[in-house]
Design a protein. Structure first.
Length: 372
């Protein structure tokens, strides 16, 4: 994908047959089965997400664009068959090994926009895999190389196209993060194996004067749903703030839907509040239903907002919260209707051990609420 005049984001996919292919990012494979052909053109619809690739096929090459219509985003795209490398090494050597943890700061020169992260990487020879964890989630499965003194990492998951490039030493990184062709920001990092992010349970909380969460939003059948409804009475409730466009939300929804199916006989309910950037209510519900069907989600997903995924506007819909900092955010409510904990972000599978720790702590905490 051509992000700027000089920067290209490479990624890999494997064609299984005319009707299926797999996106490949490190240990992750994403199956794509919605592929249509018109003369010499092909349209590759991303699974779950709205975006699609439209390209012309000629002489084992594809040339076209990755398109997200609701955001008016078009990224030039090209592909060539038979090339298995991701980043082509220019110098075939590496001056450092980035394996380990890195204390990271994005937009370090901007007080308003800067935020912390933790880089977690594994390197074998020149090849590097890992991710950046932030207080709001992670940057998915990243894959790339260290080429001499340059770190190059990328991922494309069907929704987001991320590229990281940095000059590295044994103890420092300094580089640029690109999100598609619409956003870029600098970042710096220093090796720090003891670094930990701020507690994800302390970032969002109820404002003074509130002790409960209240809302009323429509479900996919058009009916209004609120926490005062009988279905939530005397139940432990997990409220998920999310969006159908959000890869971290997809990871969380996949885990929550499986957990809910395995625990439906307990006094437990899930309800998701979707904040959608689709321009119309109809398009927003279409994307929500697509997510439900793909993941077999049986708990209700309510449309909280459409036309924008702005966190500021999201806060207007939930004024009892001090901030909506992240998609996703999970709100834990006990059987009396009292908010007991608010967890910001989600440690997805790309975070490895942290993902397993999250699942263990989540299940322990829900069990403690159920046993009260």
């Amino acid at each position: 994908m051509q992000l700027t005049d000089t920067e290209v984001l490479p990624f890999n996919f494997k064609v299984i047959n005319n009707d299926s292919l797999q996106l490949i990012n490190a240990e992750e494979t994403i199956d794509i089965t919605e592929i249509t052909y018109t003369n010499d053109s092909v349209r590759i619809q991303m699974p779950v997400f709205e975006g699609y690739i439209k390209a012309v096929h000629s002489n084992k090459t594809l040339n076209g664009s990755f398109i997200i219509e609701s955001l008016d985003r078009v990224v030039p795209f090209s592909a060539k068959a038979g090339e298995e490398f991701r980043f082509k090494a220019e110098r075939n050597t590496y001056e450092t090994d980035v394996t380990g943890s890195w204390e990271t700061l994005f937009s370090p020169d901007s007080k308003a926009d800067s935020y912390v992260a933790k880089g977690i990487f594994q390197q074998e020879g020149q090849k590097v895999t890992g991710t950046f964890r932030t207080t709001t989630g992670d940057y998915r499965y990243l894959e790339g190389i260290v080429d001499a003194d340059t770190l190059k990492l990328s991922t494309f998951d069907g929704a987001h196209a991320f590229l990281f490039k940095a000059t590295v030493t044994d103890s420092t990184m300094s580089g640029m993060f690109y999100s598609g062709n619409h956003w870029q920001e600098p970042f710096t990092a220093k090796r720090n194996d003891s670094y930990e992010l701020p507690d994800a349970d302390s970032l969002t909380f109820l404002r003074e004067g509130y002790d409960k969460l209240e809302f009323s939003f429509p479900n996919t059948n058009g009916g209004m749903v609120s926490l005062a409804d009988e279905q939530f009475k005397d139940k432990v409730v997990i409220v998920q703030i999310m969006g159908s466009w959000c890869p971290n939300c997809l990871d969380e929804s996949r885990y929550y839907s499986q957990y809910y199916r395995n625990n439906k006989n307990k006094d437990l309910k899930f309800v998701a509040l979707a904040f959608e950037y689709s321009k119309t209510k109809e398009a927003a519900f279409q994307n929500i239903n697509r997510l439900r069907e793909k993941l077999d989600i049986t708990y209700p997903i309510l449309l909280a907002q459409y036309g924008s995924s702005s966190k500021t506007k999201a806060n207007d819909k939930l004024p009892m919260l001090n901030q909506v900092l992240s998609y996703p955010t999970s709100i834990f409510i006990d059987k009396t209707g009292r908010v007991r904990k608010i967890h910001t972000g989600f440690n997805g599978p790309a975070t490895g051990e942290k993902h397993e720790v999250f699942k263990h702590e989540f299940e322990q905490y829900v069990d403690s609420l159920l046993n009260e």
